[in-house]
Design a protein. Structure first.
Length: 184
């Protein structure tokens, strides 16, 4: 009984932290948002920016590398480990999930799988990354794609479900993404 009470209390605290981070996501100051996100447990690398309206689920399991940009309205799921590399550009309204329901379980229980996004990845607007996916270095995910399987280094994928549609020619990226817009 005590175990159940403690688990429920932990859930309530986590949900409260998620709500505070969600509210902070609408303050037009990168510095303020980064402070709140870091207090919520999100690891954010130097020079990275998270634009307004981001939504987090358990920030303690989310690690964002340096010089990465997370677009407006992104959903970052930390119910399992979520690792985002360096120099990653995640466009607006991208959803990255690492928890789903087991549709064959009689209780429809949740199952969690880590998601890993390599360095120099670009994920287009409104793409969805599902649990357990690894996106390799330099890969590109097209707008609106639903990624259900791993994406190899430098591959370009698109569609529902995402399939390989090309390959990135630059195999040695070394760019910096630059500074984020002030009021995003």
């Amino acid at each position: 009984m005590l175990k159940k009470i403690l688990r429920r209390a932990d859930t309530v605290i986590t949900e409260f932290e998620n709500m505070i981070m969600h509210w902070a996501g609408y303050v037009p100051s990168h510095h303020f948002r980064r402070l709140i996100y870091r207090l919520g447990g999100v690891s954010i690398g130097r020079g990275s920016a998270i634009h307004t309206g981001a939504r987090f689920y358990n920030g303690k399991n989310i690690k964002i590398g340096k010089d990465s940009i997370i677009g407006e309205g992104a959903v970052l799921d930390g119910r399992d480990k979520l690792t985002i590399g360096n120099h990653v550009d995640i466009a607006s309204e991208v959803m990255i999930y690492n928890s789903k329901h087991d549709i064959n379980d009689p209780n429809f229980s949740a199952v969690n799988y880590p998601v890993e996004i390599g360095d120099y990845v670009f994920i287009g607007p409104r793409a969805i990354i599902l649990p357990g996916v690894k996106i390799g270095k330099g890969a590109i995910v097209g707008a609106g794609a639903v990624v259900t399987k791993d994406v190899e280094n430098f591959k370009i994928v698109g569609g529902v479900p995402a399939k390989e549609i090309g390959e990135r020619q630059n195999k040695n990226p070394n760019y910096r993404l630059g500074r984020a817009a002030w009021f995003r």
